[in-house]
Design a protein around this ligand. Structure first.
Ligand code: GLP
Length: 264
């Protein structure tokens, strides 16, 4: 795992956008897995700027979002459809036919729907670059603690902690969804490359456990230890509980000197 330490959120966002932009320029037909959450907003803004000012072309890019709340329509301001439109898709030249986000309004038959989402990923040739955030409890996507490390896209009940973390985004008194459709850990681990972002002190413990703790379904981001090409991009606060910070800094400098392609 490559751990990139950045002094602040702006630099974290710029670094993540640089990696994504390089991937898109190297393969304009890339298939990307996309994440929501406040951490990703700066990266999406920078990618939109690169589209506007440096002609970064998304017209042939295929995307699959990680997750969506069950029960929210694409027009709901807290839906991940809405988030993606507001923060990214409306600001780039995305081909709407190539965008996939789980449907929060499916009336039932979840298994069939989730199997069709997996099938669509396979038909697109699999995910080349998966972007992730991390929850306070170490979840990726909505893979809450005790998710199988082999799990696929499915309906998932959210923990109280996740529901409370997300309450701030909803109107006072509005019900926060209890469930979501999410890609599984098995789905995520099949991506060819993974980029995971974390910022702020609230994430420090989850980040330390994901990188330096034991591999466990109790903290699903630790499953990334199984993947051969994972890059963490962290700000100082999110990195603050890592025991090996000095080592990661040395690796960063040596990688830049010896194998710079790993940083792109
Ligand atoms: C939600 C999403 C995750 C995301 C997490 C972090 O739980 N399902 O994919 O990583 O939020 O959100 P934030 O970046 O706002 O802390």
């Amino acid at each position: 795992m490559l751990v990139l330490l950045k002094p602040n959120y702006d630099e974290l966002s710029a670094e993540a956008a640089r990696i994504v932009a390089h991937a898109v320029r190297s393969n304009p037909l890339i298939t990307m897995g996309l994440a929501t959450g406040s951490t990703t907003i700066g990266m999406y803004a920078e990618l939109a700027r690169l589209h506007r000012e440096e002609a970064l072309d998304f017209s042939n890019v295929t995307t699959f979002n990680l997750d969506e709340y069950l029960g929210l329509s694409p027009e709901h301001p807290q839906s991940f459809h809405f988030f993606m439109r507001e923060n990214f898709f409306s600001k780039i030249n995305a081909d709407l036919e190539k965008i996939h986000i789980p449907d929060g309004k499916i009336p039932g038959n979840y298994e069939d729907y989730c199997a069709s989402y997996e099938q669509a990923i396979r038909q697109a040739g699999g995910i080349d670059l998966q972007i992730l955030g991390i929850g306070r409890n170490g979840h990726i996507g909505f893979n809450e603690p005790a998710s199988s490390l082999g799990s696929r896209t499915r309906l998932k009940a959210l923990t109280r902690e996740t529901i409370e973390d997300n309450r701030k985004f909803f109107a006072p008194g509005e019900e926060v969804p209890q469930c979501a459709i999410t890609m599984g850990i098995g789905t995520i681990l099949e991506a060819r490359k993974i980029l995971i972002l974390a910022r702020g002190p609230a994430k420090a413990q989850a980040v330390a456990q994901a990188i330096e703790g034991p591999l466990t379904a109790s903290l699903t981001a630790s499953a990334l230890q199984l993947h051969p090409e994972v890059t963490f991009v962290l700000d100082e606060a999110a990195a603050s509980q890592l025991k090996q910070q000095d080592y990661y800094r040395r690796v960063m400098h040596l990688t830049a000197r010896l194998t710079p392609e790993r940083l792109s």
